[in-house]
Design a protein around this ligand. Structure first.
Ligand code: CP
Length: 307
């Protein structure tokens, strides 16, 4: 089986069959991470470029590690240290790298839609690694994989996403991903952090965290993205933590059996207490490991299948 598209841009447009195929492939490839020699020759001779003009630790490193484990050659470009900083355009930079033989670009950009634009410019494969506030579907896929691993299924679960929904591409991808896989999705945030567009998304909206937690099987806490906040969305981090932070006490009282997630990086003590983030119901570290497996699966399905 192969994917229905040569680009991977978002979960909203991805058929459920493609999501299933990526998850099954990632579940099969995860064991490579446990081997003594973490390398297989599947993508030997293929050239992959991580094109990151926004900061990243997890997504960039896990794509690079995934590509290297599959024996692809990896080149990285960022704004600092490249001719983007001299004013060269996004388009000319893509065309330049494609002329050097890049088969697949992994793009993170602050502008929503830039990977879609890139897919019209070059013939190479494009994987969206996070575009503005729009989509971060590889995070969505690793979230699906991590929940399925822990709970055995996604179908029928109640998944609660809490926090800075307004600025979160993870929330937008998770809402589509979990609902396509048969979960009921709730979001909970202060009204100022609920975007108007959310009415078009398959989710229930809450502003009271205690109410939202009741009956939740999975609680996904989002980072407060202060770097994207150019006006006051709430009066202070202490007040935010008081109403929307996840403490052990709150979890024990309102969702005692729930699994806890966070895409990271984490603002400890703001959206989640360390006791919860590092506690036994947290799968945050496992999300990171599964991120490598999901990205291996995507690279394999796009570049490693017989033509
Ligand atoms: N979760 C996530 O996308 O982390 P990075 O920004 O570090 O890649």
């Amino acid at each position: 089986m192969s994917l229905s598209s040569k680009h991977i841009l978002d979960l909203q447009s991805m058929p459920r069959e493609d999501i299933e195929l990526i998850l099954r492939t990632a579940e099969g490839q995860r064991e490579i991470l446990d081997r003594n020699v973490k390398k297989v020759p599947i993508l030997r001779g293929k050239s992959v470029c991580t094109f990151f003009v926004e900061n990243s630790t997890r997504t960039k490193c896990s794509f690079e590690i995934a590509a290297k484990m599959l024996s692809a050659d990896v080149t990285g470009i960022s704004r600092t240290g490249s001719s983007l900083n001299k004013g060269e355009s996004f388009k000319d930079t893509l065309l330049t790298l494609e002329a050097m033989g890049v088969d697949l670009f992994i793009i993170r950009h602050s502008a929503s839609g830039s990977p879609y634009y890139a897919s019209k410019i070059v013939k190479s494969h494009i994987v969206n690694a996070g575009d503005g506030m729009h989509a971060h579907h590889t995070q969505g896929l690793l979230d699906l994989m991590s929940v399925r691993e822990r709970m055995g299924t996604i179908e029928g679960l109640t998944v609660l996403i809490v926090g800075d929904i307004y600025h979160s591409r993870v929330a937008r991808s998770d809402i589509w991903g979990f609902s396509k896989m048969g979960a009921k999705v709730r979001i909970c945030a202060p009204e100022t952090l609920i975007p108007a567009e959310l009415g078009r998304f398959p989710c229930e909206i809450y502003t009271d965290l205690k109410q939202a937690l009741k009956g939740a099987d999975v609680v996904n806490m989002l980072r407060v993205q202060t770097e994207r906040m150019h006006s006051g969305f709430f009066s202070g981090t202490r007040e935010y933590n008081c109403y929307y932070g996840l403490s052990e006490k709150l979890l024990r009282e309102y969702a005692p059996d729930a699994v806890v997630m966070h895409p990271a990086p984490i603002n400890r003590g703001i959206e989640i207490d360390s006791e919860v983030a590092d506690g036994e119901r947290s799968i945050i570290v496992r999300q990171v490991t599964n991120g490598v497996a999901v990205r291996m699966a995507i690279l394999y399905l796009l570049l490693g299948m017989p033509e």
